[in-house]
Every structure is written in structure tokens, then in C-alpha cells.
Design a protein around this ligand. Structure first.
Ligand code: CA
Length: 508
């Protein structure tokens, strides 16, 4: 059989299901000799053996769930046919049992990129003026002001790539002293210092909000050059002019910045997936994982996140923690999120979406096994809470919600210069502070959104490309986009999501 006519993919020998590479009609004889008993939609699972009621359904070598009724070989297994297993315990997880050495990782062909160096922290992939609000009340004024800055001022400063209004929903009408308020406050504090803003601080407040400047800036930075309070200005024209004058001074400084050749250790890349399907874990996420391994081997830093989408593989991540401290931090973050979900009356199985299920993902266990693949294979050198900044180089686990539009801002607050986003179903997702490269899991997705998806990993499913080949393509695009040589589609069109920062604390 030619590779391009592959019908199904079975990942591990012990798996008793395979995934359909294309829509398969009933009566198709698949590779293992089993005949399909029903029409199998693309990416959905086929039973390879008779599975009795209560029997294990195994994919990735992992128990996805238990059959609710007898499932004859050749059946379509959909999300209604299995019971979810218990969530694995986070107590006393074995650690350090799967630690790859640097020489075990693939060696990148490129070891430098062109970025804007910062005094501290990772270098910038873009040279942006970032203007951050301390309250949503200021958002309308700031958005209008930013449009004027782009039209009237930006053309005079050709070395500046853009102007971003960072308008988030936090700042007032919130329980600012609630125990969990530190999370949104930390996100805003760190976003003000995002590497792509080059250390130029510009914060716009209303004047009566709870999130006062001293909660997000040290005293020495609270100056008339850095902060502007709308209530201090008499009417529209004076207010707009004040914002434009302040912005112009920042643009003058930013315009002096130049890209220079930098080592990969100056690059911080985030990984995320969303709108996943059953191919995500075979094609797009492992390819991104290969790119992550290349970056880490080259000295770079890669962050992956999304607690509910790694929760069922926590033992696999603990095995990649080199010491008890890192393992304990991982367990703490998992436990925090378990409690957070329980307080809301749900558990991790609230995660999969209707689109995930239509794409063949039966439950959160199956989704998690695919999601973890984007972390590659290197050791986890540090575990962060949401919106914290890394202190180490290498592979970092940064706990965040899995929600695309919340994970993105959390990783941005942690300082990513670029995000790689894997999707099966398709999303126009993008971020204005850091470019987003989108990688799809199936060729059909790329054909459908040919001018919105940057890279297709679909050829891995059909056997026409290897994970290493697509992974290297992703790695090269990461360096090209980080260096400002290429623009991903989301930036070409300006498809940028809002700054939906994570706020688990009460709103008053
Ligand atoms: Ca996500």
C-alpha cells in the first residue's frame, strides 16, 4: 500500500483503537484487517478488537476510558461510548525517571536570530509602543488615541513596528484585596514590562480606580513621563493631546532601537493549542514539540501551559522534572487548578468543546495526551504560576487556563516574544503584543483556510512528511518571524484577540 493511501493510524502497539486518516465508509477493510462496521468520520476512532463492557479503551498506550457497553471490532467509538477514568493523583509522583540529556535532543541548524536586545530578560521580537490601562474605563479613550498615534505619529518613526493599546477588563469594580487578586495584578504588572515594549513604560489610568499605579509600578517609575490620568485633563482635546505628546516621546526613544544578531538563549517562545482534533496529537503537536526540542537544544526557552490539558498526563511530566522541587511545584499547580474547578462545581472534563468532540476527541484524557506532545521531550527546568516570568532557560511549564484567549495573555505576561499555536478545527486567533504562528493538524484544514494557517502538519498523517521535517519547518518559521523577516497571517490581517487576563478573584 502506498503511504499516501494510509487509512488509519495506530500509535502504540497496545492501542485497541486507531484513528481514521480520512472519512471511511462502512465496509472498509483497514490496515489491521478489521472491517469498519459504520461510516467513520475523519479523525475518529475505530475499535481494532472486540472491547467488552467495562473494558479499557487504549490510545497513545494510555487508558482513555472504559466502554459503557460491548464494542465489536470495526465499530466507530465516539465520545458517548466511554466512561472517564479518575484523574491521576498528584501525590508523591515519581520524578527524574525520563530525563533526556542535551545530546539526546535534535541539533538545530540555526543558532542565532535577529532581535532587539533588552537590558534584562528575553530580547524583543517586535519593537512596539505598548500603552497599558489600569482600568477598563480608560479603554475607549486609549483605543481612539492609539488609532491617531498610528496615523499621525508612527510614520515618523520607521524603526517602531507598531503601537498596542493593552486594554483588559481588570482595574475597578473588583475585590482588589481578595486573596487571588495578585493574579490579575501580576499579569498587568508584567505586561507593562513586556520585552517587546523595550522598557518604555506608558500607563493610562482614569483616576478613581482601585488598581492604583503603585500596585503595578515601583515608586521610581510613577512619573509624569510614564503615567497619565484622564481625570486630570480638561476635556477631549487636551486629553488626546496629552496622550499623543507622551507617546511621541516614547516613540523617539524606541526608534533608536536596532535588531542585532542574538543567540537562541535570548528567545522565549510559547506553545499553545486550541480547537484541537484527534490529529493534533499525531501531527501538529509532536511537530511543534520537535521545534521545541530544537530551540531548547540551541539554548532557547520554550513555555507550555494549559493545566486541564496536561492534568491527565501529570505523571509523564513529573518524570521529566529533574528534582523534587520542580515536581512539587508541578503538583502544586495541578492541585490549585483542581480546587479552582471544584469551587466552580466542575472538573477537568468540562474542558473539551463540541468542536473537539466533532474532531474525534472523546474526552479530556485523549485531548491531554495530544496536547502534551507540543512540549517535546526535554526536561522541565522550571514550573511557573500564571503570568510569572521565567528565571531559567530551557523548557518551562507555566500553569495557565487552557482557554486560548486566556492562556495567550498569561504567556504574554510571562514575556513570550512569539507563540506557536496548533489547531485542528481552525481559529483566526492572534495576539498584538507577540506574533502567533498557526500550525494545523490536517491538510483539509490548510486547504480550507489556505491564507490563514501558516503551516500544515497534515503530511505527517498521510505519511508524506516526518515529524522532524515539519518540526524543522516550524523552527525555521519561528526564527524568521522572531527576526522580523516574515509575518504570520494573523499579523498580516491584524487578527488580534483582546487582553483577556485571568481573574479568578471576585468582582464587586
Ligand atoms: Ca488552548
Amino acid at each position: 500500500m502506498a503511504e499516501t493511501t494510509r487509512l488509519t493510524i495506530q500509535i502504540k502497539d497496545i492501542d485497541n483503537v486507531a484513528v481514521a486518516v480520512h472519512d471511511l465508509p462502512a465496509g472498509t477493510v483497514i490496515e489491521c484487517g478489521v472491517t469498519t462496521l459504520a461510516d467513520i468520520p475523519q479523525a475518529h476512532k475505530i475499535a481494532l478488537t472486540d472491547i467488552p463492557a467495562g473494558g479499557e479503551i487504549i490510545r497513545y498506550g494510555v487508558v482513555l476510558g472504559y466502554a459503557k457497553a460491548d464494542i465489536p471490532a470495526g465499530s466507530w467509538i465516539n465520545e458517548h461510548m466511554l466512561n472517564l477514568p479518575e484523574s491521576p493523583s498528584v501525590e508523591n509522583l515519581p520524578y527524574g525517571t525520563n530525563i533526556l540529556q542535551p545530546e539526546d535532543l535534535p541539533m538545530p541548524q540555526r543558532t542565532t536570530w535577529m532581535g532587539y536586545r533588552n537590558e534584562t530578560g528575553p530580547a524583543a521580537t517586535r519593537n512596539l509602543l505598548g500603552i497599558v490601562t489600569t482600568v477598563q474605563c480608560a479603554a475607549g479613550v486609549l483605543k481612539v488615541a492609539v488609532e491617531r498615534i498610528k496615523k499621525e505619529l508612527l510614520p515618523k518613526y520607521p524603526n517602531v513596528d507598531g503601537v498596542v493599546a493593552v486594554t483588559h477588563p481588570y482595574g475597578c469594580g473588583v475585590a482588589i484585596n481578595a486573596p487571588l487578586a495578585y493574579l490579575p495584578i501580576r499579569a498587568i504588572t508584567n505586561v507593562i514590562r513586556h520585552p517587546n515594549f523595550g522598557g518604555e513604560i506608558m500607563v493610562v489610568g482614569l483616576g478613581c480606580e482601585k488598581l492604583t499605579y503603585d500596585r503595578v509600578l515601583p515608586p521610581e517609575d510613577i512619573t509624569p513621563e510614564n503615567v497619565l490620568t484622564l481625570q486630570d485633563w480638561p476635556g477631549h482635546d487636551a486629553m488626546m493631546q496629552a496622550i499623543l505628546d507622551m507617546a511621541e516621546k516614547k516613540l523617539q526613544k524606541l526608534n533608536l532601537r536596532q535588531r542585532e544578531e542574538l543567540p537562541l538563549s535570548e528567545l522565549l517562545v510559547g506553545m499553545q493549542c486550541g480547537g484541537s482534533d484527534a490529529f493534533s496529537g499525531i501531527t501538529a503537536n509532536p511537530s511543534a514539540g520537535y521545534a521545541a526540542d530544537l530551540l531548547v537544544r540551541g539554548g532557547g526557552t520554550v513555555m507550555f501551559s494549559e493545566v486541564t490539558e496536561v492534568r491527565d498526563g501529570v505523571q509523564m511530566l513529573a518524570a521529566r522534572c529533574p528534582d523534587a522541587h520542580t515536581r512539587d511545584r508541578l503538583a502544586q499547580e495541578m492541585k490549585w487548578y483542581d480546587d479552582y474547578l471544584a469551587a466552580g462545581g466542575v472538573d477537568r472534563d468540562a474542558n473539551p468543546t463540541p468542536g473537539n468532540k466533532k474532531g474525534g476527541l472523546a474526552n479530556i484524557v485523549e485531548k491531554a495526551m495530544g496536547s502534551i506532545a507540543k512540549s517535546g521531550t526535554s526536561p522541565i527546568v522550571e514550573v511557573l504560576s500564571p503570568a510569572e516570568k521565567p528565571t531559567k532557560h530551557g523548557l518551562i511549564y507555566a500553569a495557565t487556563p487552557a482557554s486560548d484567549i486566556v492562556c495567550g495573555p498569561c504567556q504574554v505576561a510571562s514575556g513570550i516574544g512569539l507563540q506557536v499555536f496548533m489547531t485542528g478545527r481552525g481559529t483566526p486567533y492572534g495576539l498584538d503584543i507577540a506574533p502567533v504562528i498557526k500550525v494545523c493538524s490536517r491538510n483539509e484544514m490548510k486547504e480550507h483556510w489556505f491564507d490563514m494557517i501558516d503551516i500544515s502538519a497534515g503530511a505527517v498523517a498521510t505519511g508524506e512528511a516526518t515529524i522532524a521535517e515539519v518540526g524543522t519547518e516550524i523552527f525555521n518559521m519561528i526564527l524568521d518571524v522572531a527576526s522580523g523577516i516574515r509575518e504570520p497571517y494573523s499579523d498580516q490581517y491584524g487578527f488580534h484577540n483582546d487582553m483577556c487576563i485571568f481573574n479568578p478573584a471576585p468582582i464587586t
